[in-house]
Design a protein around this ligand. Structure first.
Ligand code: TA6
Length: 289
C-alpha cells in the first residue's frame, strides 16, 4: 500500500524487530504483526485483554504464541502429511497491508504462491480486517480465486488472559455438540453447565451460538465474543503436562490463559466454489478489568 497511513495507524516494530501496525482509539490500542496478520495485543486503557506466553519468540515464518494466530487452510496437524505446518500456513506467511482508514481499520491480504500451492494446490485470497473502537472487530474472509472448488478449515485462535484458570468459565456452549481431543481430559463433567477448567481441555464444539462469554473473576473481567459465520468453537487449555511440550511457554503458563477459537472446522469446514467467498467475523467486548 503506497498511500500515507492515517494518524491513528502507525508503523512500528515488535520485540523481534518484525513489522507491525499499531491502531489507536480513545486510549485503546491493537497491534497487528504483518507476519501471519497476527493480532499480538489488544490494550484496553493499557491492559492487554489477550494473552502472550512468557517466553515469546517474534521470528519470521512463525506465529507468536498468543494474541490471535490465524488458522488456514487446515486445523491441527495436516491430515495426510505431518511434515506440513500445524494449523496450516497462513499464520507463518507475511501478509500485505492493502487498506487503512481513520476508523481506525487496517486490512491485510494473503494470496497463493508457489510455496502455498506446493502445500495446498488451490488459488485463494485471504483478507483480515481489524477495526478498533470500544470493541475489537476482526473479519477473516476467504475467496476462491481458482477454477476448481475447494474445502478448507479456518479459525481465529484467540488467547485470552484469565488470571487464574481455576476460576475462569466459558458460557454459551452448553447446548452445542462437542468432541474432546485432550490426551488427559476431565471425565464426568456436566455439558449442561458452563465450561470450567479442571484438566487438560481441547474441546471442539459445533453448531455454536453467535454469542459466547468468558468470565475471569480474578481479573474482574468478562469478555463477550460475538461472531458471524463461525459454526465451530474450540476451547483449549493444555494443563501442565502438555504445556511442558509447547514452545514459548513457561511451566506454569497454563494457569493464566485459555483459548476460545472462533472457527469452521471438521464437519463445518468451508466449501467454496470458484469465485465464492466466506467471511468469519469476531467482535470482542471487554467489561472493566
Ligand atoms: O486449538 C487447540 C490446538 O489444536 C491444541 O491441540 C494445540 O495444539 C493448540 O491448538 C496450539 O497449537 P500450536 O500449533 O499453536 O502450538
Amino acid at each position: 500500500m503506497s498511500e500515507r497511513l492515517p494518524s491513528n495507524v502507525k508503523q512500528d516494530r515488535d520485540p523481534g524487530g518484525r513489522s507491525l501496525l499499531r491502531l489507536e482509539h480513545d486510549g485503546d490500542a491493537v497491534e497487528v504483526a504483518t507476519v501471519g496478520a497476527q493480532v499480538l495485543r489488544w490494550l484496553r486503557q493499557g491492559t492487554d485483554v489477550l494473552w502472550t506466553a512468557s517466553q515469546p519468540k517474534y521470528a519470521d515464518g512463525q506465529p507468536v504464541r498468543g494474541g490471535v494466530p490465524l488458522v488456514f487452510p487446515w486445523f491441527g496437524d495436516h491430515p495426510a502429511d505431518a511434515k506440513l505446518p500445524a494449523h496450516g500456513f497462513a499464520r507463518n506467511r507475511t501478509w500485505q497491508l492493502v487498506h487503512a482508514n481513520e476508523t481506525p481499520e487496517v486490512v491485510l491480504q494473503l494470496g497463493d504462491d508457489d510455496a502455498t500451492r506446493a502445500m495446498w494446490p488451490h488459488a485463494f485470497r485471504l483478507r483480515l480486517s481489524v477495526v478498533l473502537g470500544s470493541r475489537l472487530r476482526l473479519g477473516l474472509s476467504i475467496e476462491n480465486t481458482g477454477t476448481a472448488p475447494f474445502r478448507c478449515e479456518q479459525a481465529l485462535h484467540t488467547y485470552f488472559g484469565v488470571g487464574d484458570i481455576a476460576t475462569a468459565s466459558v458460557h454459551g456452549l452448553e447446548a452445542s455438540p462437542h468432541t474432546e481431543h485432550a490426551a488427559a481430559p476431565e471425565t464426568g463433567w456436566d455439558p449442561r453447565q458452563p465450561l470450567r477448567f479442571r484438566a487438560e481441555t481441547d474441546r471442539i464444539f459445533q453448531r455454536v451460538p453467535e454469542r459466547l462469554e468468558l468470565r475471569a473473576p480474578l481479573l474482574s473481567r468478562t469478555v463477550v465474543l460475538q461472531t458471524t459465520g463461525a459454526a465451530s468453537a474450540i476451547v483449549w487449555n493444555p494443563w501442565p503436562a502438555k504445556t511442558a511440550k509447547l514452545s514459548q511457554m513457561a511451566a506454569d503458563d497454563w494457569q493464566r490463559f485459555c483459548c476460545i477459537e472462533s472457527a469452521n472446522v471438521r464437519e463445518a469446514a468451508i466449501e467454496l466454489a470458484p469465485g465464492a467467498s466466506h467471511t468469519l467475523t469476531l467482535r470482542l467486548e471487554c467489561s472493566a478489568g
